[in-house]
Design a protein around this ligand. Structure first.
Ligand SMILES: [Fe+2]
Length: 165
C-alpha cells in the first residue's frame, strides 16, 4: 500500500475509506495494490476493533429492535450470519451492514475487497483460512460459532446508531 502510494503522492494523503470507495477513479496502476493491501488493512482493523469477550451479552436497544425486525430474532440473525460466513467460497469476509435504505443486511465479500459500496459495515468477520487454521484447522463453522462470544456489541450498537443517523 505504501509503495503504491509512493508512486502517486497526489492521493497519498486521502483517507483510506475514500480511496477504497473511489477505487475506479484512482490511478489504474495502483488500483489492485490499494484494493488488496488497503482493503486488507481496513478490513482487519475494523474486525479487530469489534473483538471483546462478551459473556453472552446480546444486542440491545435500537440495534436489537432492528435485528428482530429484519431477521426475526437474535438467533435467526446468528444463523443467517453464520451461513454467509460458512458459505463464502475460498477467502473473504462476512458482514452485517446498514444499506442505503438504512436496513440491516448480511453479505459476504471475496478476498480483501472493500465492502463500502454495499453499505456501512457494523460487524465483519474474517473467514480467510489464516484466521482460524491454527486453532480450528479446517473447521470454519466452529470458528464462526465462536465469533459470537467475542463480538463487542457496545461498539456495534454505536456503529449502528452512526449508520442510521
Ligand atoms: Fe485475515
Amino acid at each position: 500500500m505504501n509503495a503504491a502510494l509512493d508512486k502517486h503522492p497526489e492521493i497519498a494523503n486521502l483517507p483510506l475509506e475514500k480511496l477504497l470507495l473511489d477505487l475506479e477513479n484512482i490511478p489504474a496502476d495502483i488500483q489492485t495494490a490499494v484494493k488488496n493491501n488497503g482493503g486488507g488493512h481496513w478490513n482487519h482493523a475494523f474486525f479487530w476493533s469489534l473483538l471483546r469477550i462478551n459473556r453472552g451479552r446480546q444486542p440491545e436497544g435500537a440495534l436489537k429492535a432492528a435485528i428482530d425486525e429484519t431477521f426475526g430474532s437474535y438467533d435467526a440473525f446468528k444463523d443467517a450470519f453464520a451461513t454467509a460466513a460458512k458459505t463464502r467460497f475460498g477467502s473473504g469476509w462476512a458482514w452485517l451492514l446498514v444499506d442505503e435504505k438504512k436496513r440491516l443486511k448480511i453479505v459476504s465479500t471475496p478476498n480483501q475487497d472493500p465492502v463500502f459500496a454495499l453499505g456501512a459495515p457494523i460487524v465483519g468477520l474474517d473467514v480467510w483460512e489464516h484466521a482460524y487454521y491454527l486453532k480450528y484447522q479446517n473447521r470454519r463453522p466452529e470458528y464462526v460459532n465462536a465469533f459470537f462470544s467475542v463480538i463487542d456489541w457496545t461498539v456495534v450498537e454505536r456503529l449502528y446508531a452512526e449508520a442510521v443517523r
